[in-house]
Design a protein around this ligand. Sequence first.
Ligand code: MIG
Length: 695
Amino acid sequence: MIKKFTFGTPIETDAVLIKQPNSTIPIPYLNQITYKELLSNSISRKKDNSTYEEFFNEDSICFTYDMEDSTQIYGLGEQVRGMNKRGWIYQSCCKDNGDHIETTSSLYASHNFFLVCGGKDLFGVFLDFPGIVNFDMGYKKLDRLSIEISNPNFTLYIIEGTSPRDIIKQFRHIIGRSYIAPLWAYGYQQSRYSYMSSDEVREVAKKHEELGLGLDAIYLDIDYMERYKDFTYNKDTFGDLKELTDELQEKNLHLVPIIDAAVKIEDGYSVYEEGVANNYFCKDENGNDFVAGVWPGKVHFPDVLNEKAREWFGNQYQALTDLGIDGFWNDMNEPAIFYSEENLNYVLEKITGYKGTNLDIHSYFEMVRLVVGLLNNPDDYKRFYHKMTINGEDKIFRHDLVHNLYGYFMTRAAKEAFDRMYPNKRLLLFSRSSYVGMHRYGGLWTGDNYSWWSHMKLLLSQLPAINMCGFIYTGCDVGGFQDNTTKDLMMRWLAFSLFVPLMRNHSDCHSDFQELYRFENQEIFRNLLKIRYAMVPYLYSECVKACLNDDLVYCPLAFEWPNDSLACETYDQLLVGESIMIAPIMEQNKTGRFVYLPEEMMQVSMKSDTDYSTKILPAGVHYIHADLDTVVFFIRKNHMIVLGKGVLNTSEISPSDFTTLGFSKENTPLSYTCYFDDGYSKDYENPNHYISYTF
Ligand code: MIG
């Protein structure tokens, strides 16, 4: 049961595809109060920079909900902290934020859907509003949930159902089918900021081939471009890009270039010139093209919220698809802003004023703050404008009101263009920034994590939340992006990520190279990848089915065993699809960990796709041992999976090789419906794609 409440005149985000009628009843569960009332009824805190209080005012509307001790909150998609979101304040304000730490409030995405369960009430909330929102899940007051909406124009959905999963499915149904990635996107992928030439890319392919390390894709980061200009490539270092993609294609390897949001200002650069000529860039207050600084220096932002500009920007991808490229990652689309020209001039002038003065505790830090504050300054969101056509009428919106739509609409631009260019072929596409609705156009990766054990754990918390908000094709930088990884961390991260659709090793230019062939003892890495490839038939099947059925791939134990208090507090294990539970080892110097089994399960310990053992364990807490060379997972009672072979590329996956593994109690007959298709066409409904297995 979905109830919709419209406030003022909301901006159409296209998040919800199946339109709902307005409810006339009072809003259930939530109390409406003003922002002022909310603050007067809260302990006062020092100004918290990350919550952008300046966006809130007299008009801001808040809703509160009193939580019971047992209330749990799940959702909010890509966010920091644990699986149960209680006890912190989260903000929807897409941000280029490399600090994925506990005291952060917003990362790159804004996913305004959450679920309240565990107490007397069970309901979901989706707030369709593309500007700044706070979700205080018990921060200002331990037992009070508050939704703080900076602007009075928005749509609120309250979703009721029989179970968490039922509510999520209803929500997913109205927001439309999730993007389905091609099969090759489920292979192992290698990235680096940046491979600097075609030959470096060839070297990665060669090393994987020589050492028997499975591989499906290699990534190009910003240095492949000519002076960081989108849709160009550096003729000196990547002059043979077409030959490169041809060579890779012969080995069934894909090349995946990055595209940044901002377009370099440079005479003679066609994207810049066309954008200016047709008014496709965001404007400043005076109607001039808004100037900011990002990688290439001065840039304009394509106004992807505008339909015409979106179509034009999407068409630009053809410069690369024409060269045989069939996958992209969209970056810096929060959008990330190093500086706006206006603010830079202001800061430079201020700084000159410090010259010759005696910088003391106040003035010194004021100066530092000015400089640091250039980056992603929220005031810059008030300095540019979008033009959207609504019911045939052009409307101008200041960026801060629609901020969270930018990455979504950039990715939509690309996907809509791909659908025009390749009506029956799936391309790989994922984005750093996103909003609910973008899940129909591409996947997401979780951005600049660190080579920290805690960031493996962060992914585990994020996976179910990201799924809940519609994103099925997802993953993080395996091994960690920033700082140096270690061999054991990489092994454990792979052992976990082999259950995650996007399994991409990516690292920053300032950190050590971390391709698997850089480490000693290839045997273990080779086997971990073989297990991954053997797992792809199950993983791909579960992911495509989740897209087709509006379902989750990753499910918290609390959703499956709501009356089991220990299961409800198990935040470091996950169900993966219908048959598997994982409990990855996410701490260093451990050869095992405690695992809670809410019911009898079968432990599978794999050293390779062919070398594994199984054992039935009773319900309860167990200390499960797994050396660095071993992947452990659990098959649920009366469930089964399909396993492929430990091949080296997804093109070698063949259903004739599939075997089954299951745990049948007292000879209960088991069955599993596996989805498998050619991996790139779009006739998902074809019944021939379903293979039934029994056990
Ligand atoms: O702020 O293109 O998250 O994956 O390597 C750095 C360079 C810009 C951020 C992306 C990261 C990528 C990097 N980009």
